[in-house]
Design a protein around this ligand. Sequence first.
Ligand code: NAD
Length: 471
Amino acid sequence: MSTICVIGTGYVGLVTGTCLADMGNHVTCVDIVPEKIEYLKRGILPIYEPGLEELVERNVEAGRLHFTTSYDEGLDNSEYIFVAVNTPTGTSQGGADMSYVEKAARSIAEKLDHYAIIINKSTVPVGSGDVVSRIIHSSLKRPDVSFSVVSNPEFLREGSAVLDFQHPDRVVLGSADKEAAQQVALLYLPLRANIVITDLYTAEMIKYASNAFLATKISFINEIAQICERLGADVKEVAVGMGYDKRIGRAFLDAGLGYGGSCFPKDVRALAHMADEAGLHPQLLHAVMEINHDQRRLIISKLTAILGSLRGCTIGVLGLAFKPNTDDMREAPSVDIIRWVTSQGAKVRVYDPIAAETGRAALERAEVRLDDVHFCKGAYEVAESADALVLVTEWNEFKSLNMAQLRAAMRRPVLIDGRNIYEAAEMNQLGFIYRGMGRGTSPAPTVLPAGDTSSKIEDVQQSTLDLKVAK
Ligand code: NAD
């Protein structure tokens, strides 16, 4: 059993601390936000993550997991100190904001009174491990105390963070002090994962390169989707056909609204910034970002191609979170879409199974007029008198809706499927005017007038069928 301190109780820190406690270690989690710690002490989690609440409860009860705002308490006897604080985009050029990591390093230095291994889990620019070492050296309260710094980037995904931590594809450890890295490897041995031990800079780069590669796959398939749509191919089937190729793989080939969340957008930006700063010209990374930005704009063009002006329309939005199984709203496409739609004079009705509260806060931060947004209790309520529905987050419950009931509740039967979860033929049969992302079976844009549109709808369906036959 080891004594561990985890700094930061967000998605990464809380999951790391809890899972390490569940492996039998004694863990103290430190956060600077007193309300978070107060909630955690009362068993209330500040984030939603499947399976985490039960795990926290079990380990708190077993006396292995503690929460505090005090670094003194957290560092007391700690052999390992994990840093899992946020590193958002900080500069207008996209560089990472290192102030939280730097502040954590200074707080560690002020309290550290024994040898410890400081393990950086935050995603940080290449070379940050050295920066942390320098900060700690220069602010150590007790200059005779020694320490080692190890980079241990985290690869868990929100929505399956606990399982990802417990069953990682690999654990990456980088340090100038190989013994310290091996010492950290011992902590992970029970997970029976592949462990890669390398130098500090390489470990830091592995994280950025991995996220940038996954983002590239998403932007790649989204570009293919646009070509498919124009040429009459179906990107969903293209992805299936591509995915069987072992060199390519099926993962991250889902065309849609593009990537969002707390990692891919900021990490691709930060990597491009690092390359720019180094005098390079990272063309691919810039293209990945540009494609991703344009992808969510497509929703507006799809809506206006069918409805004409959005002024006075009611647009139903299914899903707010940047992906299913999380309440995280950071860089969620829903925010941009709702902002653009309301700025064109439409009202929005919206429902998300988990992210209503965080979604409301995110919309407020984005200066969306909340008077224009009605939060509903379910998908059927969203559909009531809507001129169009936009599926933004592919929550499982949206996959099993009674679509006929949904359609019956709407004023105009327009369905924009931002995640390609519905089948075009089925939706057309139900009377929807269906548009997916990169489903080339869609007919040419049709402007539908308000009011009774049944004959128009049949025309559209017929041309859809014609296109299918012509394929
Ligand atoms: P988060 O914003 O959810 O949590 C960060 C926590 O750190 C917050 O609770 C904040 O109050 C706390 N904090 C900030 N400064 C502090 C300080 N000086 N002392 C103590 N606590 C402090 O962030 P997150 O999503 O958990 O991400 C953390 C890091 O992990 C980031 O660098 C991120 O890029 C990386 N990462 C995130 C994910 C993910 O899916 N969220 C996955 C892999 C890696």
